[in-house]
Design a protein around this ligand. Sequence first.
Ligand code: 13P
Ligand code: SF4
Length: 331
Amino acid sequence: MDINNIIKEKGFLDIDLPKDIDYKSEIEKLKKEKNAIILGHYYQTDDIQEISDILGDSLALAQEAAKTNADLIVFAGVHFMAETAKLVNPMKKVVLPDLNAGCSLADSAPADQFEKFVKEHPDHTVITYINSSTEVKALTDVCVTSSNAVQIVNSFPKDEKLIFAPDKNLGSYINKISGRNMLLWDGACHVHKEFSIPRLLELKKEYPNAKIIAHPECQSDLLILADHIGSTSSLLKFTQTDNNEQYIVATESGILHQMRKFSPNKHFIPAPPEDSTCACNDCVFMKLNTLKKIYLAMKYEVPEITLDEELRKRAAKPIERMLEISANLGL
Ligand code: 13P
Ligand code: SF4
């Protein structure tokens, strides 16, 4: 079977390799040989975080993708992140080690249904979270990430009619903070909506001095309990600058690696999901990437992200607008 067929069937390249292969050093060699860069998200496994050239939240990774001089961008994250890299830097080759690394939140807004919704509200400006498909971005006026959403929404006049999609939790959080009444699409992330409030309160009884820190994709009832709310990078920064010693972390568990690395003397406790028997605070999509898949993606430069040029141009506009506003705001 040829490489393209393997990818078509599995969504990633699966080739038998010698058992003793040292992926870390092979990946470092390939980086130099190919002038390649690995952009990694905080939700990746610890070993992938360690070999990433840039590790960050969605905004930092999009900013880096737009300005990199690398010839090959290897995205250690999920599909919408790799697509965003291609949107802003179309001349670069972008590979995603496993094409099945999707996002339940992006999937909660199918483009045809979203288009209908937008057409039903022609007097509304469309603001879309970066966790969305390229087709949805093409229907959007400006994109946001959890790092700049409140500031970008606030940059619109108070009386401007706004649609926010796809995350209803982030949308309600922004409405509350900014005093807006944006029309919200009814989407959510399967990881962040699963945290259990009763179990979180039990944990808080056990660790009364722990501060609760949460990603704004969590449900509003949980966010009420949080001492700090923010993007992955904002949560990480908070744990570095705040002087508390214990934190209950309500977001995907991958971020705990950096928290523990930067603050080895502090205690980080993952917030509990509803179902005590599952590892539901792991994003199954983020966790599809492995060192082996990254090595193969770099070596064979597949699976590659490709986009129809007309669609790319339309979807790039709201991302470029977001990057421009963020730069003006110093974000
Ligand atoms: P951040 O941009 O805060 O890293 O969030 C990305 C994400 O997918 C959250 O689930
Ligand atoms: Fe998407 Fe949720 Fe995974 Fe983030 S954690 S990539 S929002 S499914």
